[in-house]
Design a protein around this ligand. Structure first.
Ligand SMILES: Cc1ncc(COP(=O)(O)O)c(C=O)c1O
Length: 381
């Protein structure tokens, strides 16, 4: 650290220089991120609550009440009743780790049965929690094979995980069927980190979306991230659980803190500005606003698919959500070639394909311009 402080202008100039080399969602080049540009109102609310820390909730009863309202709203959106408890955490990873932490402590068991398509946060969770991953293969449609999962059930299983919107392909496991094979007392956690703010609105748009949430009796917990399709600021994930009492099993006394009324969480001090941002976003958009956003994303996804087909490229699956994976000869090579032209796209591993995440900041013009570059690359330009 320098011995004396420096002038504001110099610091700001350096910050601006750093920001200039970051990719921003407004730059029109990012098709790889599962986050997007938050609403302006979300940014405003975030700045207003920048001091807030629900790790010491006694000092922030106002923020705490916002968190409760967000959880109640989200529970209503995800088929829950007033009994659902939960909290805003840093994202899908923390929500998934916490869900398995609770499952381990309630059941005193160690095995977690999950599909091959899970987000890597479940492998992190098993590592941290000393739990044993039992990986289940997928059907041809890339959903979890229920018969195989059923064969994995034994007295050591603490939890089964289903995914409502896989990271790579955006497919939805048959959560109802999973609930049918999960024995009494075993947790069924649904990772809807991405799908939680998409599937309810696809349903409003008339898409056939099987029940994936608390409307399925056996579902014990759900992750859904406001900082993905929820249009809120980072860091904002949500964990909802069916029984508030389960949080007691991960509770640790914190005598020096004023934590009255606070749910136990993995983090101590935590950024709670995103709670206010999420509250503001959900109120400002309502079901109608989110439905419009999801509809626009699906429209751009369909546009991208039509454009790809014109070039002779086929999708791995017809997109269920706003994620499009294309079969190309060398996905990694194509990703690198597009990267050299300033495009940020990603690749999926199963099966190897070029992956486009069509978030609200992705426009048809962007898609057209990206495919024009891709056409040139494929043509050897
Ligand atoms: C399905 C799913 N679960 C969990 C996560 C992890 O979320 P985060 O990066 O917010 O921790 C992701 C991230 O992409 C995801 O797609």
């Amino acid at each position: 650290m320098r011995p004396a402080g420096e002038p504001r202008e110099k610091i700001m100039a350096d910050l601006e220089a750093a920001l200039a080399i970051d990719y921003g969602f407004s730059d029109g080049r990012v098709l790889s991120s599962m986050c997007t540009k938050p609403l302006d109102l979300a940014k405003e609310a975030h700045a207003m609550f920048i001091e807030s820390n629900l790790g010491n909730a006694g000092l922030y009863p106002g923020t705490l009440s916002l968190e409760k309202q967000v959880i109640d709203e989200l529970s209503g959106l995800l088929g829950g009743s007033g009994k659902i408890a939960g909290g805003i955490v840093s994202g899908g990873t923390e929500a998934n780790i916490t869900a398995l932490w609770i499952a381990r402590n309630v059941t005193h068991r160690k095995k977690v049965v999950f599909p091959k398509s899970v987000h890597f946060s479940f492998h992190k969770a098993c590592d941290i929690l000393g739990m044993v991953p039992v990986v289940v293969d997928l059907n041809e449609d890339y959903t979890v094979d229920i018969d195989l999962a059923a064969r994995m059930m034994d007295k050591d299983v603490a939890a089964v995980v289903g995914i409502a919107g896989t990271t790579e392909l955006g497919v939805v496991d048959d959560i109802g069927a999973l609930a049918g094979i999960v024995p009494e007392g075993v947790f069924l956690h649904v990772d809807a980190a991405f799908g939680g703010f998409v599937l309810p609105f696809l349903r409003e748009l008339g898409h056939k979306i099987p029940n994936f949430d608390f409307s399925v009796g056996g579902v014990t917990s759900i992750s859904a991230d406001p900082h993905k399709m929820g249009m809120s600021t980072v860091p904002s994930g949500a964990l909802l659980v069916r029984d508030r009492e389960w949080f007691r099993t991960i509770h640790k006394d914190a005598p020096y803190l004023d934590t009255l009324g606070q749910l136990s969480a993995l983090s101590g001090t935590r950024c709670s500005a995103a709670v206010a941002a999420t509250y503001a976003t959900m109120r400002s958009l309502g079901r109608e606003g989110y439905t419009r956003i999801v509809s626009d994303c699906m429209d751009v996804t369909a546009h991208a698919l039509a454009r790809a087909r014109k070039m002779g490229l086929e999708p791995v699956i017809e997109p269920v959500m706003n994620i499009l994976c294309l079969r190309v000869a060398d996905p990694k090579g194509m990703q690198e070639a597009l990267d050299r032209r300033g495009w940020k796209v990603s690749v999926a591993r199963n099966p190897p394909s070029l992956r486009l995440v069509v978030m609200p900041h992705v426009t048809k013009q962007m898609v057209d311009s990206m495919f024009a570059d891709m056409e040139e690359i494929l043509g050897g330009a």
